[in-house]
Design a protein around this ligand. Structure first.
Ligand code: KIV
Length: 271
């Protein structure tokens, strides 16, 4: 008799079941094969191929410059590494805001060329037609409200969003609209914890927070930030689980010293 046990893959339905039984959802960003392999092995539920790759991987100041082709490259590297996690990919700036036809063709390219499982889009009412059209094609969509980095030049700053009542009301309406359209989940970024908790109760779908407190259904962090690779980004919401910046720096320095002193390679490290 075979002992083969197929890996139980996380689906959008798994996430809904987790919310229903009050089990929190873990999500991290991932941009490359090697890191995604470790994240998946650890058991993280969702890997987000975020357009934060524009900052983290390419060194741009904002998420705006990253292209659809570059997102597909990152997403396909992640998909090749994953056995269990749900892989969600950001539709990059400029690939969906034009019209719903363009949005659908961008989403189809991501799904077809990377093998990912879902897409994420920033915005509410203003993108609802595109969200609906993508959903009609059978592509699961995750929403993203609050601080939406693709609109940084409209906001002018990365400060906490929806502190004023008018914006908080609009955010709740947008969350409801995204749920009614058929989104399987929504990310809430950098908004007051009380508001995020209210939204998580208002809608039935899972709400994943980043800088949105613990009254939501799950959390997401940028992997390089939580590993402390990038030591120049220290917002209040970020918990650092390591200080890889210092560990990597000292490893590189040690390597330089070993090469210069001809300590490396030694007898056992050569043929
Ligand atoms: O691109 C990204 O990394 C994101 C997360 C911050 C949610 O959208």
């Amino acid at each position: 008799m075979s002992t083969y046990q197929p890996v139980k893959k996380v689906t959008t339905h798994t996430l809904q079941e987790m919310k229903n039984r009050n089990e929190k959802i873990s999500m991290l960003t991932g941009y490359d094969f090697s890191m995604a392999k470790i994240i998946d092995k650890a058991g993280v539920d969702v890997i987000l191929v975020g357009d934060s790759a524009s900052n983290i991987m390419a060194g741009h100041e904002t998420t705006l410059p990253i292209t659809l082709e570059q997102m597909i490259y990152h997403a396909s590297s992640v998909v090749r590494a994953v056995t269990r996690s749900l892989v969600v990919v950001d539709l990059p700036f400029g690939s969906y805001q034009g019209n719903s036809k363009e949005a659908l063709s961008s989403a189809i390219r991501i799904m077809k060329e990377s093998g990912a499982h879902a897409v994420k889009m920033e915005g509410g009412q203003e993108i609802i037609e595109s969200v609906k059209r993508i959903l009609t094609a059978g592509i699961p969509v995750m929403g993203h409200l609050g601080l939406t980095p693709q609109s940084i030049y409209k906001f002018g700053t990365y400060v906490v969003r929806a502190k004023e009542e008018e914006e908080a009301i609009r955010l709740k309406e947008d969350a409801k609209l995204l749920e009614e359209a058929g989104c399987f989940s929504v990310v809430l970024e950098k908004i007051p914890a009380a508001l995020a908790s209210e939204v998580a109760k208002l809608v039935q779908i899972p709400i994943i927070g980043i800088g949105a407190g613990n009254g939501v259904d799950g959390q997401v962090l940028v992997v390089h930030d939580m590993l402390g690779i990038n030591n120049e980004f220290n917002p209040r919401f970020l918990r650092k689980y390591n200080n890889l910046h210092d560990q990597m720096l000292s490893s590189f320095k040690q390597y330089i010293s070993d090469v210069k002193s001809v300590d490396f390679p030694n007898e056992k490290e050569q043929y």
